[in-house]
Design a protein around this ligand. Structure first.
Ligand code: ADP
Ligand code: 5GP
Length: 194
């Protein structure tokens, strides 16, 4: 996928685990008609998650086969598991001129930004570290303490890096307000922002 072909409108939404990315992205999709890219991952599925709705859950061997076949627009290793955006998800933005939301981490966001410099970048911030910890637990993933700790530690580093790379920082304190802010960012920009 070359830069010359990059005509679609991509909205990258990143933020620490539990900040509210899925909640906000789903609301934005419902209210704007944008589509949400379904990522593929090797992370184990939690009881509450549904394959094909939350992620495409695949084995590490299958993910690596797909890397070999160059099937991903971007992929990254996050918390010891692969996560990636299948190229076909992004293609919709090119073919139908649709807005495609990519809910991905900072590493993936920087790769997409290289391919598509006009991608809109939004980083979600929690109102506080305490709120973030509470929301992480609220997701009911049943994660062990070590993984939860790793996610919280990574959050501080990601937030520090985000100020450097993201042109839109949105605090998800009041949910409605945060949703409207993200919609405003998407609608206020035409795809040749910056
Ligand atoms: P992420 O996708 O970033 O990991 P989720 O969207 O799964 O986060 O949200 C994590 C938890 O926080 C969920 O239980 C969700 O309902 C809750 N949540 C999201 N936004 C808010 C908010 N503004 N205030 C309070 N709780 C929230
Ligand atoms: P979680 O396990 O909490 O669902 O996601 C962990 C991290 O992986 C989050 O930061 C999330 O944004 C990121 N992530 C989810 N899908 C993708 C993807 O397709 N590519 C990349 N690079 N990161 C992703």
């Amino acid at each position: 996928m070359s830069k010359a072909k990059c005509k679609g409108k991509f909205v990258i939404v990143s933020g620490p685990s539990g900040v509210g990315k899925s909640t906000i992205c789903r609301a934005v999709v419902e209210r704007t008609g944008a589509s949400l890219s379904l990522s593929m991952t090797t992370r184990p599925k939690s009881k509450r998650e549904v394959d094909g709705k939350d992620y495409r859950f695949v084995s590490r061997a299958e993910f690596e086969r797909r890397i070999e076949k160059d099937e991903f627009l971007e992929y990254a290793e996050v918390f010891g598991n692969y996560y990636g955006t299948p190229r076909e998800n992004a293609q919709a933005a090119f073919d139908d001129g649709k807005t495609v939301i990519l809910e991905i981490d900072v590493q993936g966001a920087l790769k997409v930004k290289q391919i598509c410099p006009e991608a809109i970048m939004v980083f979600l911030l929690p109102p506080s570290q305490n709120d973030l910890a509470g929301r992480m637990n609220g997701r009911g993933r049943g994660e062990d303490e070590k993984t939860a700790r790793l996610r919280l530690d990574t959050a501080s580093r990601e937030i520090a890096a985000a100020w450097q790379y993201y042109d839109n920082m949105v605090i998800n304190d009041d949910l409605e307000q945060a949703i409207n802010e993200v919609i405003g960012i998407i609608e206020g920009k035409t795809g040749d922002n910056k």
